[in-house]
Design a protein around this ligand. Structure first.
Ligand SMILES: *[C@@H]1O[C@H](CO)[C@@H](O)[C@H](O)[C@H]1NC(C)=O
Length: 256
């Protein structure tokens, strides 16, 4: 009997440890604010338009709860290999499968979420659950957003991705929920560089919790071209031209 209560107590403590040690992942990778003047991460503030690879959108699990699913959504990289995206086998915490699909569209739609999209030069936002790590006594080492300069046919490896950093976000940028530091929603926005050509890019969310303790989420991002700048002297230009002299480029061409 005493042994049994001891066992129950040990189980309870183990469970507590698991709860306290829960880790994060990118819950939404194309979060759009209802009112850009009032940015935020609760369901009142916005809506998700894009998800990570093979993200189970119809799971019925509440926001921030997928770490209790099987498999866990969070993926902790193994410092021996630093595989960029979970393959559900490797890692200190293997997490859920986020390997690149062929074709890429196989990771989206149906029971999975839709693919994120953005125009080059525009901003895009990512949301994640705090999982008890957005509290005062924890250091914010940040979330790194890594994205190749051009679309790639394979995912880069981690050392390549690390060099492809385009943004660093504050992990603790959250709408704190009083009494629930676990399910508190957090997020950040970053700009897609202007010079990205249209195409499908892989993007990595990489959160450093402690030294060499990294969690990642991976997704594919459909980038459309930035509105091309109109060249002076071409049809459609918006630059004002003097009324005197040639009034149209066609007249100029005709004079030659
Ligand atoms: C990553 O890829 C680059 C280029 O192919 C290669 O030189 C490098 O050794 C790779 N690094 C790791 C850790 O695999």
């Amino acid at each position: 009997m005493a042994l049994k209560s001891l066992f129950t107590l040990a189980t309870a403590f183990a469970l507590l440890a698991v709860l306290a040690e829960a880790h994060s992942w990118a819950d939404c990778v194309d979060w759009r604010f209802n009112d850009p003047a009032k940015p935020g991460w609760t369901d009142k503030h916005g809506k998700c338009h894009g998800w990570a690879r093979q993200y189970p959108v119809n799971s019925g699990v509440r926001f921030g709860g997928l770490d209790s699913s099987s498999p866990n959504r969070h993926y902790q990289q193994d410092p021996d290999d630093f595989i960029p995206c979970s393959d559900k086998n490797h890692g200190n915490e293997p997490g859920a499968d986020e390997t690149r699909q062929n074709p890429i569209s196989r990771a989206y739609g149906g029971r999975f979420g839709s693919m994120a999209s953005v125009k080059a030069g525009d901003s895009i936002c990512v949301r994640w659950p705090a999982k008890n790590h957005a509290v005062k006594n924890e250091q914010d080492r940040g979330v790194f957003i890594n994205m190749p300069p051009t679309p790639t046919t394979r995912d880069p490896n981690q050392s390549q991705l690390t060099k492809m950093n385009i943004a660093k976000l504050k992990y603790k940028n959250c709408n704190q929920i009083s009494g629930d530091s676990d399910h508190t929603p957090c997020g950040g926005c970053f700009k897609i560089p202007d010079n990205r050509v249209a195409g499908t890019y892989m993007v990595q969310w990489r959160w450093e919790l402690n030294d060499d303790e990294w969690y990642t989420s991976c997704w594919d991002l459909q980038v459309t071209a930035k509105n091309p700048p109109v060249q002076p002297g071409q049809p459609g230009e918006s630059v004002a031209r003097p009324l005197s002299g040639s009034t149209s480029i066609f007249a100029e061409l005709a004079e030659d």
